[in-house]
Each structure stands twice: as structure tokens, then as C-alpha cells.
Design a binder for this molecule. Structure first.
Ligand code: SF4
Ligand code: SF4
Ligand code: SF4
Length: 271
């Protein structure tokens, strides 16, 4: 009995070591001298310019009444093209390895708990709405990351990624209850339709997700999806009672995804 227990523990130990080493290898293979890919460095990209937009806590309000499938596609197109998000499905036909920063989904999939069971005339459980990283105020992905490759920027609440520090362990993906993160199972660069030289590309073995367009905020712009949303999205400071987002929230009924988990999403949906 004791012998078999010892044998089990030994095997389990080797397995854990194997998995850990595997992850490390994936991570390391993604980090030759140029680290996470090519393009401008994070330091230059997010460096605050005089026109930098500031907030205590950036947030986004999505008005589901103003959305349709075509607007959702335009938002995704705007985001993915400027952020060099690869079209893995189009290039390799592999849906499981898809990389997504923002994507359309049915309302019932975004809100599976059916907080709002009876919806309005304009919104059904099959209506298409966009989902993205919620930039949670209490982000479990940040707590799970062993290298601080993902972190909450204390100045404005954005949950950022430092691709250079990511070792590809995917703990953050397991911790995120919204499926907001994607993992590069292969080199994504051949699947980028038209590379934007002003934003870094990523490499195999790195996790990525929406960054609330931190690089655009740094030069005084709105997020690209907000610009493409035809008025369905509003972006602003959730902590400022005078901001447009707070004024909207004072007038309209808005819900957050999976509120019972206590992550406090900064993306809200008017229903
Ligand atoms: S949505 Fe997921 S990835 Fe984004 S901050 Fe929240 S837990 Fe992290
Ligand atoms: S995979 Fe996620 S948890 Fe692991 S290092 Fe990268 S960001 Fe951190
Ligand atoms: S906020 Fe920026 S990064 Fe996030 S989904 Fe919108 S366009 Fe993409």
C-alpha cells in the first residue's frame, strides 16, 4: 500500500514537472531576443503625450438598443485591424485557435444567468451584442498571473498585457470567467491581413486581449470600437459623476456580466 502510494506521488510529481516545463518551453520559445513579436515597444506605445486622456477608472457603456450585427462586425474589424489581431480561422480554418479582442455573440450567451428574463421590444435573447475584456475592477486574471505580464494599471484601471513578460502558462485564461483572453498556439503573423506598423505583433506562446485602446487614449483618441459603433458605445470615467458614462448610467438601466462573481466589470450594457 505504502509502496503504491509512493509510486503514485512520484509519478504525479514528474507529471507536474512535465506540464510546468512544457509551459515554460512554450513561453521561452516565444521569447527570443525580440521577445513577444515585432513593432513598437510598449514603453513608446503607451507613453503619455500632452493630449493624453486621463480617468480614474475607464469604463464603457454599450447600448444594446442601438446595435445590430453589421455594427458589431464593424467594431471587430476596426479593433482587429489596428491591433494586428490575426485571422486564424480565415487563414488556417481552426476555430479552436481563434484570436479575439472583441466579438459578436448572442445576448443569451453573454448573459447566461438571464438576469433580465423579459427583455424589450428591441432586444431578444438571440440579439447580437459585442463582448470584450471587461477590465474588471477586481480582476482574477491579474491575481493568477505569476509573472505580472498582466496587471491592472492603477492610474486608470485598465487591465494591461505586457507581451514580453508572458510565459504562456495560461493561468489568466483559466481565471477569467468571461473567456476574454486568447492564446497564440501558433505564430500569428502569417494570419495578419494587413500589418499595422504602429502596433506590435505577437508570437506563438503569448496570451492577448483587448487593452481598452490604451495606445489611442495616450494620444487623446477614443477606442477604435467606440468610433465604429455608430453611437452605440460610450467611453469615459466611471469615477467622475460629471462624465458622459455616469450621466448615461443615471438615466438608463444597465447590467454587467456575471455580477455574482465579484469581478466588478467596467463594461456595462444598457438593456
Ligand atoms: S474580463 Fe477577464 S481578462 Fe478581462 S479583466 Fe476581467 S477577468 Fe481579466
Ligand atoms: S499566460 Fe497569462 S498568466 Fe501566464 S504569464 Fe502570460 S499573462 Fe501571465
Ligand atoms: S477598446 Fe480597443 S482594444 Fe478593446 S475591443 Fe475596443 S477597439 Fe479593441
Amino acid at each position: 500500500m505504502e509502496n503504491s502510494r509512493r509510486r503514485f506521488l512520484k509519478t504525479a510529481g514528474y507529471s507536474i514537472l512535465g506540464v510546468g516545463a512544457g509551459s515554460m518551453l512554450i513561453g521561452l520559445s516565444a521569447h527570443p531576443t525580440k521577445a513577444a513579436g515585432s513593432g513598437p515597444s510598449a514603453a513608446s506605445l503607451f507613453k503619455q503625450r500632452p493630449e493624453n486622456r486621463e480617468a480614474e477608472r475607464w469604463g464603457m457603456i454599450i447600448d444594446t438598443r442601438k446595435l445590430n450585427e453589421s455594427i458589431c462586425e464593424k467594431m471587430q474589424q476596426a479593433c482587429h485591424s489596428i491591433h494586428n489581431v490575426p485571422d486564424i480561422v480565415g487563414k488556417f480554418g481552426n476555430k479552436k485557435h481563434e484570436i479575439k479582442w472583441i466579438w459578436p455573440t448572442e445576448f443569451r450567451h453573454a448573459f447566461p444567468e438571464r438576469e433580465a428574463e423579459f427583455l424589450t421590444e428591441k432586444l431578444s435573447h438571440k440579439s447580437i451584442i459585442p463582448v470584450l475584456c471587461n477590465h474588471c475592477d477586481n480582476p482574477p486574471c491579474v491575481q493568477a498571473c505569476p509573472t505580472k505580464a498582466t496587471f491592472k494599471r492603477e492610474s486608470d484601471g485598465i487591465v494591461m498585457m505586457d507581451f514580453h513578460r508572458c510565459i504562456g502558462c495560461r493561468f489568466c485564461m483559466a481565471a477569467c470567467p468571461f473567456g476574454s483572453r486568447s492564446f497564440n498556439f501558433r505564430d500569428p503573423r502569417p494570419a495578419i491581413k494587413k500589418e499595422n506598423p504602429d502596433f506590435p505583433t505577437r508570437m506563438r506562446g503569448v496570451v492577448e486581449k483587448c487593452n481598452f485602446c490604451a495606445e489611442r487614449l495616450a494620444v487623446g483618441k477614443n477606442p477604435a470600437c467606440v468610433e465604429a459603433s455608430e453611437g452605440a458605445m460610450t467611453f469615459g470615467d466611471l469615477n467622475d459623476p460629471e462624465s458622459e458614462v455616469r450621466k448615461l448610467l443615471a438615466e438608463e438601466f444597465a447590467i454587467r456580466r456575471k455580477p455574482n462573481l465579484g469581478t466588478f466589470p467596467s463594461v456595462l450594457y444598457i438593456v
